[in-house]
Design a protein around this ligand. Structure first.
Ligand code: AMP
Ligand code: MG
Length: 535
């Protein structure tokens, strides 16, 4: 039985209809475009983008909508079918839209992969709802482009639900991220071999409308540098600085250096936040690294359940675990070094580039330390013994499979005399072994002694810890349950879950079921613990 999404007739007094808005085209207006306008797969030279129109879908229907993202743009919720949804599906363009696909390259799993580009993402245009704001609207899954290589330009419902939900969940967690406005079902079938095991299946197609100030990646610079397109490289850098790093002033050799340092700083902050909330991106290739330091391209990502630095959700990554949780800080540094190489024609001063990488390391270390202190309800981790306290905590979390999110949330109200609040965090039987219990209790005794040094009132400490230790994250199996329901026609679960994830630090007594450790049935279920890149 189809469970329709909350239907609402557009009320012009609430906000504006997408089709009536004026779209800017600053990226394509400013940068070198591909002179070829026919849509066929090819290598493109010199250009930063290619003009391309989305390919029609047969029966678009709105499946989910983010009111919060819409408010950014001054949009009201549209009816589930109609003109706005036609635009969000790629079937119709607003008069001022001039769509394009961006050209970029990238290092994938440590190896230069050459030209990649927007193979299924098409930018519709940019909205400027308020002075100083610019929001690019991009459809993912909108059909083939010159960069589609051997693929079809489409996206399946399951991966689109995951991108829609996680973009918004990350925003509400306070993690820098691209946003998602809408999820539209296309009514078309897409064929995917989910586990690359020679078993292709028909799946429902979908399109997500993503929103960010810009979707420029490290790879946009790398492709120009790799082809010695230094003029295009400089124009792209000047555009990004002028449009998105205004505080740095007009582009100059000195400003390029400061710009690279700022990219390093923002990337460090983003990674520290990932570590704080237990997010694992899964495919940290340089084409998936935003130049603005935003989390971008939600594919086979996952959330730590049991704390384990070696965990990766991406089955494609299992052999090397390159993109495992604990490796993310090093991989971001490696990616920034690739960006540094690409920017070398602009920043010939190698020590300045090296300084940027030092800024990354210093910012990450300082941010992660601050966040860890906050997670523990401490004002700093500068005292003697603090290093050991942290090391022993993570050692204990790994000794027995312990849910990271539930552990930190419970820690605010646990004590050596009462480990009850931590009990929901233990997998297996939900019961720590005697050895583990005594290790935990002795750690809690040291922790309590450390808390006493701070003399922070208990209520204040609990409130502070609860502001940084989320109660609700997009647990892998929760996303999968919303996917399973939607695949059967009940899309209401998507926004129901989104609603809970909009206030992830609040106790929501009516939604305790969304704050439980992963049930055992989900341990090895596809989509809940292991994901491929197939999407
Ligand atoms: P990803 O692993 O999702 O970051 O994608 C890597 C590259 O493959 C990018 O250039 C994507 O645009 C492209 N790509 C991924 N899936 C598709 C698809 N279904 N159709 C066309 N291009 C795709
Ligand atoms: Mg990508």
């Amino acid at each position: 039985m189809q469970q329709p999404l909350r239907e609402r007739v557009a009320d012009p007094s609430e906000g504006t209809d997408l089709g009536t808005l004026e779209f800017d085209d600053s990226f394509a207006r400013t940068l070198p475009g591909d002179p070829e306008t026919r849509n066929f797969v090819r290598q493109v030279a010199g250009a930063s983008y290619s003009r391309v129109t989305p390919t029609r879908v047969s029966a678009p229907r709105l499946l989910a909508w983010s009111d919060n993202c819409a408010a950014l743009l001054g949009l009201s919720r549209p009816p589930i079918g109609g003109e706005t949804v036609e635009i969000l599906a790629g079937n119709r363009l607003a008069p001022s839209m001039r769509p394009y696909a961006a050209r970029y390259g990238g290092h994938q799993f440590g190896t230069w992969a050459g030209q990649l580009g927007d193979g299924r993402a098409i930018t519709l245009g940019e909205l400027t709802p308020r002075p100083g704001e610019r929001w690019e609207l991009q459809l993912k899954g909108a059909g083939a482009t010159p960069y589609s290589r051997t693929a079809d330009g489409r996206a399946v419902l399951r991966s689109s639900i995951r991108e829609f939900l996680c973009s918004e969940a990350m925003h509400f967690l306070g993690v820098p991220t691209t946003r998602a406005l809408s999820l539209v079902g296309t009514g078309d079938i897409v064929i995917r071999d989910m586990f690359y095991d020679g078993n292709p299946q028909p799946e429902q197609g979908a399109v997500v409308c993503r929103v960010a100030p810009s979707f420029v990646r490290f790879g946009n610079f790398e492709i120009h540098a790799s082809r010695a397109e230094n003029d295009s490289l400089q124009r792209l850098a000047d555009y990004v600085i002028t449009q998105h790093f205004k505080d740095l002033g007009p582009p100059s050799p000195r400003v390029y250096e400061r710009w690279f340092q700022e990219i390093c700083r923002r990337t460090a902050l983003m990674i520290a936040h990932w570590m704080r909330v237990g997010f694992v991106h899964g495919v940290m290739n340089t084409d998936n690294m935003s130049i603005l330091g935003l989390t971008i391209d939600y594919g086979p990502y996952g959330w730590l359940e049991g704390y384990d630095p070696a965990w990766t959700p991406n089955t494609t990554d299992l052999p090397g675990r390159r993109y495992a949780y604990g490796r993310q800080p090093d991989i971001a540094a490696w990616n920034l070094a690739r960006l540094a190489n690409a920017l070398h024609p602009l920043i010939e001063d190698v020590p300045a580039l090296e300084h940027g990488l030092e800024v990354y390391a210093a910012t990450f270390t300082a941010s992660w330390r601050t966040m860890l202190a906050e997670k523990l309800g401490l004002t700093n981790l500068d005292r003697e013994g603090d290093e050991a306290l942290i090391r022993d905590l993570f050692g204990a979390l790994q000794q027995t499979e312990t849910d990271m999110t539930l552990f930190f949330r419970g820690l605010a109200v646990a004590s050596a005399d009462n480990i009850e609040p931590l009990r929901p965090a233990f997998y297996e039987s939900g019961e720590p072994s005697d050895a583990h219990r005594s290790r935990l209790v002795s750690w809690l005794q040291r922790y309590e002694a450390r808390l006493k040094v701070e003399a922070m009132p208990i209520e204040e400490r609990i409130a502070r810890m609860n502001r940084t230790n989320p109660k609700y994250v997009l647990r892998n199996y929760l996303a999968q349950q919303a996917i399973d329901a939607a695949t059967e026609g009940d899309v209401s679960q998507i926004e129901r879950l989104l609603h809970v994830l909009e206030t992830p630090y609040d106790d929501q007594p009516e939604h305790e079921d969304f704050a439980q450790r992963r049930p055992e049935w989900a341990r090895d279920k596809a989509g809940c613990s292991a994901l491929s890149c197939s999407s």
